[in-house]
Design a protein around this ligand. Structure first.
Ligand SMILES: NC(=O)C1=CN([C@@H]2O[C@H](COP(=O)(O)OP(=O)(O)OC[C@H]3O[C@@H](n4cnc5c(N)ncnc54)[C@H](O)[C@@H]3O)[C@@H](O)[C@H]2O)C=CC1
Ligand SMILES: O=C([O-])CC(=O)C(=O)O
Length: 260
């Protein structure tokens, strides 16, 4: 039986817990103190609620970050330095170049493993293959409902309550998007890391009052030719910022672990 440590106890973590494949069990959940009693009750003490990664006395086969970019900054190096396998969903954390270097150093020092989950988007494998032949241009656009952008930096750029038609409210690099919208634009970073990098990947963020989907549009042109991909994802009922597919990509990481 393979043992997983989950970081985070929010919308995505709930999906992972509900869909945990056979052959994998949860050993630890790193969560805010306010969730600890609920975790102990739910799992009858069989899953340890931890205040932080260093409180773990066991050895997880996989540490699944489903929390935030801040959690990657807080725990990422400790996980890798212990030689553990860290799978990251908050990929936008790597828009911080200093953190990226810190994680790389910890991974080398501890012989850990870092996996970036594909998250809410598809086509990253094709993008990475295309890169081998040279990429000329990669653009990414995210279109979500006003509810999905609520509580984000979008509120400083556009009046989400009065928007009546689809509108682009942000244009910039993947690095800017991932850092300004840490709970909404990790996909921008995932696309950047698979393609032309954080500063060359062009990003548009759009609010659409007519949609209930999280739509991701990726366009890549290069020596291979070009492709356009549009993914119209259902958000999680408990968090409209997060696409169901992102949570399922974390489930898939558990399935791969079970099959090892
Ligand atoms: N790569 C991708 O395609 C996507 C990535 N994401 C990332 O996944 C994250 C989680 O998504 P949801 O579960 O929907 O968010 P959520 O807001 O429902 O839950 C996040 C949970 O993580 C906990 N958390 C955050 N920082 C923590 C820390 N330092 N230590 C302990 N717990 C911490 C929160 O208390 C909360 O329980 C998002 O914040 C975002 O960074 C989300 C959607 C797509
Ligand atoms: O789940 C999504 O649709 C995308 C998202 O929040 C992110 O990229 O951080």
């Amino acid at each position: 039986m393979k043992k997983v440590m989950l970081i985070g106890y929010g919308a995505m973590a709930q999906t992972v817990i509900e869909r945990l494949p056979e052959g994998v069990e949860l050993g630890w959940i790193v969560a805010r103190e306010r969730h600890h009693a609920a975790i102990r009750d739910r799992f009858h003490g069989k899953v340890e609620a931890l205040a932080e990664v260093n409180d773990c006395t066991g050895a997880p086969d996989l540490v699944l970050e489903c929390a935030s970019q801040q959690a990657v900054a807080q725990y990422g190096a400790a996980v890798l330095a212990r030689g553990w396998h860290l799978a990251v969903i908050s990929t936008g954390a790597l828009a911080d170049a200093a953190l990226e270097q810190r994680l790389a150093a910890a991974r080398r020092a501890g012989n850990g493993r870092l996996t970036l989950l594909a998250g809410a988007v598809a086509g990253i494998d094709g993008l990475e293959a295309a890169k081998e032949g040279g990429l000329y241009r990669v653009t990414y656009r995210s279109r979500k409902s006003p509810a999905s952008w609520r509580g984000s930096h979008a509120e400083k750029l556009i009046d989400l309550d009065s928007v009546s038609e689809a509108q682009i409210f942000f244009e910039g690099s993947a690095r800017e998007a991932a850092q300004l919208f840490p709970a909404n634009a990790n996909v921008a970073a995932t696309v950047a890391l698979g393609g032309v990098g954080m500063d060359e990947t062009r990003v548009q963020l759009m609010v659409d009052p007519q949609t209930t989907r999280n739509t991701h549009t990726l366009h890549a042109a290069g020596g291979f030719g070009e492709f356009s991909l549009e993914l119209s994802g259902l958000p999680l009922a408990s968090n409209p910022k997060t696409s169901t597919l992102a949570a399922l990509s974390a489930v898939r990481a558990c399935r791969e672990l079970a099959q090892q």
